[in-house]
Ligand binder design. Structure first.
Ligand SMILES: NC(=O)c1ccc[n+]([C@@H]2O[C@H](COP(=O)([O-])OP(=O)(O)OC[C@H]3O[C@@H](n4cnc5c(N)ncnc54)[C@H](OP(=O)(O)O)[C@@H]3O)[C@@H](O)[C@H]2O)c1
Length: 273
């Protein structure tokens, strides 16, 4: 039986390699990002190498709640059962950008947008025989803390490094709280750090930072490896609420294991919907 995979941010970088790998394993794949032409080019590129790949692109802006609400039923009409959900879209926004819904762009897209989308599609993931959610977090979460006031009203001391680290910490806290809420169901959710990967995400980082990081970058195929392993392997299916680097279980930061904070973030996220 064909299994279905849905990937946010599947038109470039790590997400595109997730799509390529899952299509290569016989999954029917839908990728969703804002730039539909770029997404179609990614689909065409994957099909050039894998002509039998079942993969298609849809347009989605996670920075726009109305667009998420429009998108979700269209996705579910095409994919009523979702075996794998790769929650992967992301960005490093410098300078500070606000979304029309009032959120700072990084927390707004990576956390709140994905939170709203997940609410829409969780039923379809539960309908799978063993639904798996894989969240692209980052080792950068270690530098993060949750500052509720910065979600919509960043102070003059706000820095994009802080905003990125906070959003990736939010991804990990979401993973842990969602796992707690899904305990006893057939759905698992885990997060991972892909490594420092050569993708477009660095474009708005300071030049000196890009130069240092550039010495250590790995390619996007390696960056996607842990996610694909979590999504498809028997071993990856044994965990939930955990954080992985290079297929190895890691504890994550102390803050990422703060259950009260994870519950608080969930409550705030519900209120924001
Ligand atoms: N590269 C690294 O070293 C690294 C390290 C740790 C974690 N990560 C994480 O890995 C994930 C993937 O990033 P990447 O490195 O592969 O960078 P990338 O190539 O720039 O990919 C980012 C993806 O997110 C999508 N996206 C951005 N804003 C969006 C929005 N508003 N709505 C929907 N999709 C949106 C982009 O598509 P559109 O522009 O078409 O919307 C693109 O497909 C991110 O969550 C990032 O934080 C990356």
């Amino acid at each position: 039986m064909t299994r279905n995979a849905f990937i946010t941010g599947g038109n470039s970088g790590i997400g595109k390699e997730m799509a390529r790998a899952l299509a290569g394993q016989g999954y029917r794949v839908i990728i969703a990002s804002r730039d539909l032409a770029k997404s179609q080019a990614a689909v065409d590129d994957i099909k050039t190498i894998q002509p039998t790949a079942e993969i298609e692109a849809m347009a989605l802006d996670l920075g726009d709640f109305d667009d998420i609400d429009r998108f979700a039923p269209e996705l579910l009409a095409k994919m009523p059962v979702i075996d794998v959900f790769m929650m992967n879209s992301g960005l490093y926004a410098n300078p500070l950008r606000k979304l029309p819904n009032g959120f700072e762009a990084m927390i707004g897209i990576m956390h709140f947008g994905h939170f709203r989308l997940t609410r829409h599609i969780l039923g379809a993931i539960k309908a799978a025989s063993q639904g798996r959610i894989v969240v692209t977090s980052s080792v950068g979460h270690n530098g993060g803390k949750i500052d509720e006031s910065s979600f919509k009203d960043p102070s003059m001391h706000w820095h994009p490094f802080f905003g990125y680290a906070q959003a990736k910490l939010a991804n990990l806290l979401f993973t842990r709280e969602l796992a707690r809420r899904l305990a006893g169901t057939n759905v698992t959710v885990n997060a991972f750090h892909p490594g420092a990967v050569t993708t477009g995400i660095w474009a708005e980082m300071p030049g000196w930072h890009q130069k240092i990081i550039g010495l250590f970058l790995i390619d996007a195929i390696k960056g996607a490896d842990t996610a694909v392993w979590l999504a498809t392997s028997a071993e990856g299916g044994r965990y939930s609420g955990e954080y992985f680097v290079r297929r190895k279980l890691k504890s994550g930061s102390g803050i990422s294991r703060d259950e009260a904070l994870a519950a608080r973030l969930w409550e705030l996220s519900e209120q924001a919907m």
